[in-house]
Design a protein around this ligand. Structure first.
Ligand code: COA
Ligand code: AMP
Length: 632
């Protein structure tokens, strides 16, 4: 591969040639003749005449090429003490039979399957089994509560739900067993749409009762099923829906297609991560997030690499050397995690004593994403590892990195605090409010010139208009990332913050709007706002500011306890909502709109302009006092 500048210039000069060449990395049932159709879909569609099967590309073709004996997935679970490896040949067997079991339940091409699983081997197996049938999976993160699962079941309308008896969450030195079945039952009861059946993985740590007429034991159903072949689908057919936080309580169903996704992810592996057939990649995320979809499951398998599925935490399972143990034991070449995890490790092992006990000679680079990485964290990791630390910026919507640094093209010098330069396929600019690109070095809304490259969202599930409105209308001709940032004179992009009501808590994307909806439902709350407050470990944590109804005498501590419990119950523990304060009033415009953007700036300790439309400017000082005391 040539250097970054030459490759980026070649893409810009002839984007279709670039993607035609990248498409050669994929096995097609019908190879693409047409690369891009600008008239189709919301902003055009990639590979409109091609056909393929993603599971064939991720599994079958590697077995056919003689890699059947190579490990495909290593499941390393410090919370159970078990490590299990699936070779490509065994993965093929399991996926084909689980696909057979799903087919026996009536799942066919285009049908949806919701997957609500912890980090078990069956999570990638289930995703691939859906892909094999041309069915559309929608994985829901285990830290979400029943109501969130219900909202996703209601929107995706799955024929089948795949779940487990339990998840295992470390808490201090204990491992908590989290029963999934009651959450699943509650979600199905809440959802107006009911699945025809559920496949439940019974884990040794906790068995659950199966609901007669609805549930089957997943392993038994898989064992009894006939292997199912791959079903070729159109490149433009959906592979999966992944719900992500929007600005309201209703999550956005990001739709990923089969063809563009396979091409872009396959292409990214050598280019960005320097990972190819037989190499080992460890992405410490969760299959419930986009990072997990792309770099735990699909991309490593599309290139015939080995992927590590890790069921544990960066610290506490058993200590802050856990990630380094995994890297050493499984000979990991590329390691990918969130800055929060590195901060957690640094907090417990700042001197790198645990780190020093492992042989990391096979590790070549650390990749960070999911939230802004503060330069001290990246510097600490780089100094300790003595290897490249690559911050790269992306979103659930894009599915792969918008910017980064590219091992396959020879790295350019890293600048901590920046997410690197645009990947070939993306033209990035900071825009002013009128949608005009700003001069280098000026902060604006980061936007990507249309069309988005292959692998990015095709649309929102059954909501083309919401997709246009959310991403394309603000700046005609551009995709609005809703991230604020800067592009400097050398092309480095730095992402500073979101421009909307989304916060990033421990690398998890959450909607403050959704939390506000929950607080507002409490009978004592007259009005409320939720803002992200800086946190030295998790980056941001949510804080509720509530105005209580007249006559309420409950103490702040009691009300806060109830509100925390309510958010945990409705959204889930992952929201990490732990603090609510009673305030006498909230800053508003004269027309009564809460000034959330100003509150956010105050919470972040940033300079703010007193909005000309504010009803009473004196309240901002009061807010500053409340929030400043809380920033950790
Ligand atoms: N199922 C059930 N509950 C879950 C869960 C899951 N899959 N994931 C998290 N939770 C729960 C936690 O147990 C915790 O519950 P608690 O309130 O009862 O303690 C709560 O959700 C908050 O979890 P988390 O934000 O992970 O905080 P933590 O204090 O347990 O752990 C870190 C702190 C730093 C170790 C952890 O946040 C971490 O590993 N962060 C990295 C995240 C990451 O990899 N993100 C990838 C995105 S690319
Ligand atoms: P998610 O959709 O969960 O991947 O979250 C996407 C959001 O996380 C982005 O819009 C950014 O706000 C933030 N983000 C992800 N990666 C980075 C990064 N490398 N630097 C700064 N912010 C990031």
């Amino acid at each position: 591969m040539t250097g970054y500048d030459a490759t980026y210039a070649a893409w810009r000069a002839a984007p279709e040639d670039y993607w035609r060449a990248a498409a050669r990395g994929i096995d097609w049932d019908r190879a693409p003749e047409r690369i891009f159709d600008p008239a189709a879909g919301v902003y055009g569609r990639w590979f409109p005449d091609a056909r393929l099967n993603t599971c064939h590309n991720a599994v079958d073709r590697h077995v056919a090429a003689g890699r059947g004996g190579q490990p495909a997935i290593i499941h390393d679970s410090p919370v159970t003490g078990r490590v299990e490896t699936l070779t490509y040949a065994r993965l093929l067997e399991r996926v084909s039979k689980l696909a057979g079991a799903l087919a026996a339940l009536g799942v066919g091409q285009g049908d949806r399957v919701v997957i609500y699983l912890p980090m078990v081997l069956e999570a990638p197996v289930a995703m691939l089994a859906c892909a094999r049938l041309g069915a559309v999976h929608s994985v829901v993160f285990g830290g979400f509560a029943a109501a969130e699962l219900a909202a996703r079941i209601a929107d995706a309308r799955p024929k089948v739900v795949i779940s487990a008896s339990c998840g295992l969450e470390p808490k201090g030195s204990e491992v908590r067993v989290i029963a999934y079945k009651p959450l699943l039952d509650a979600a199905i009861a809440l959802s107006p749409h009911k699945p025809l059946g559920c496949l439940i993985l019974q884990r040794p740590e906790l068995a659950c009762d199966l609901t007669p007429g609805r549930d089957q034991d997943l392993l038994a159903a898989e064992a009894a099923a006939a292997a199912h072949a791959c079903v070729p689908v159109a490149a433009t057919d959906p592979l999966y829906i992944l719900y992500t936080s929007g600005t309201t309580g209703k999550p956005k169903g990001i739709v990923r297609d089969n063809g563009g996704h396979a091409v872009a992810l396959h292409n990214s592996m050598a280019m960005l991560y320097g990972v190819g057939p037989g190499d080992v990649m460890f992405t410490a995320s969760d299959v419930g997030w986009v990072v997990g979809h792309s770099y735990i499951v699909y991309a490593p398998l599309l290139v015939g690499a080995t992927t590590v599925v890790y069921e544990g935490k960066p610290v506490g399972t058993p200590d802050a050397g856990a990630f380094w143990r995994v890297c050493a034991e499984h000979k990991v070449k590329a390691f990918f995690t969130a800055p929060t995890a590195i901060r957690a490790i640094k907090r417990e092992d700042a001197e790198g004593r645990l780190f020093a006990t492992y042989d990391l000679s096979r590790l070549e680079a650390l990749f960070l994403a999911g939230e802004r990485c503060d330069p001290p964290t990246a510097e600490w990791a780089a100094a300790m590892l003595g290897k490249p630390v690559i911050d790269h910026w992306w979103q659930t919507e894009t599915g792969w990195a918008i910017t980064g640094n590219f091992r396959g093209m020879g790295l350019f010098p890293a600048r901590f605090g920046s997410g690197g330069k645009p990947s070939p396929g993306y033209e990035v600019a900071a825009l002013d409010e009128a949608g005009q690109p700003l001069p280098a070095g000026q902060t604006g809304t980061l936007a990507i010139r249309l069309p988005l490259p292959p692998g990015c969202l095709a649309t929102l599930w059954h909501a083309d208009d919401r997709c246009r409105e959310a991403y394309l209308e603000a700046f005609p001709g551009w995709y609005n990332t809703s991230d604020a940032g800067v592009v400097d004179a050398e092309g480095y992009v730095s992402v500073m913050s979101r421009t909307d009501d989304i916060i990033n808590v421990a690398g998890h994307r959450l909607s403050t709007g959704a939390m506000e909806e929950v607080l507002a439902a409490h009978p004592d709350v007259a009005e409320c706002a939720v803002v992200g407050v800086k946190d030295s470990l998790k980056g941001q944590v949510p804080l509720g500011l509530v105005v209580v109804k007249a006559g309420i005498t409950k103490t702040e501590a009691d009300l806060a306890r109830e509100l925390v419990a309510l958010v945990r119950d409705r959204i889930g523990p992952v929201a990490a909502f732990r603090d609510a304060r009673i305030v006498s009033r909230l800053p508003k415009t004269r027309s009564g709109k809460i000034l959330r953007a100003t509150l956010r700036k105050i919470a972040d300790g940033e300079a703010y302009v007193v909005p000309p439309t504010i009803d009473d400017p004196t309240i901002l000082e009061e807010m500053q006092g409340t929030l400043a005391a809380l920033v950790k």
